[in-house]
Write a protein that binds this ligand. Sequence first.
Ligand code: DP6
Length: 328
Amino acid sequence: MTDAFDAVLPAQLPAPQEATAYAPSNIALSKYWGKRDAGLNLPLNSSLSISLAEWGTTTTILPADRDEVSLNGEVLDPASSFATKVVAYLDRFRRGQTLPVRVETVNTIPTAAGLASSASGFAALTKAIDGAFALSLPEAQQSMLSRYGSGSATRSFWHGFVRWDRGADPAGMDSFAVPVEAPWLDFRIALIKVDTGPKAQSSRDGMGHTVATSPLFPPWPDRAEADCAAIEAAVRAQDFATLGALAEANALAMHATMMAARPALTYLKAGSWQVLEALWQARAEGLEAYATMDAGANVKLIFLKEAGADVRRLFPAAEIIDPFGYSP
Ligand code: DP6
């Protein structure tokens, strides 16, 4: 089978030069949960996200005498899980060539928000590698390769709405993301911090356990594929009520598959449910905002600009993001 890296990279990489790249984090409105091939990191279903503008990761690569990885200014132990993952990903590009580099990763997401993600990290790393080794790969190919770092990274190469197509090629060459050209200037996201501690289980392990043991998982891939198409249609039509209801239902259905896993898996905490109950109460009274949650306890709301003051009143500590208001 074609190796994706051999297929798109030159046989020999040039000596590295300094390169810096930024990638925004993203939140899926239609979730990726479950792999059809763990080795190639291929998803069972397509997914659709919104990028988080200036919340993301900046990565710089510099020539060095030996590999070195730093995170937010601190040089990491090479045996740490972060450094190991970064070097393993670099090795996929280097394919045995001795090209040591220093990788400096800075998350612009406030660490306290507990939302720093592998999505922006692997997307920024891929872009920095592309620059450092003068690859000039098209973004679609960079997105495809970033999948080997983390699936959600495929969606972090663009601002705005982005769709990751599951693809059909057994080698995964067609499983990458594409931007959904549908700017929606009034679209807003609120991040509601519930818990910033380390998560109980990585999303990778959590989805593996769910696929392997949850009796509610089998209907998920088809449902998620249908949700993804319907959510994209609602984005393109700027039909906020339909989009919000679908995104919230999709997130809760994903969490339901986890709760039915054996043993049960849940990332949601009492505080997450309190946020949901307050939201549902406010929605019954007319607030147009909807929730989505990932492999963690924090809750993200989506709403339109005109609901901003009410969201702020209900959740005074929320961080509000204007996904189309970034300055490149
Ligand atoms: C719940 O992209 O972190 O956030 O591909 O194993 O690295 P790996 O998983 P990852 O999973 C993200 C899961 C999710 C939903 C989503 O972002 O679509």
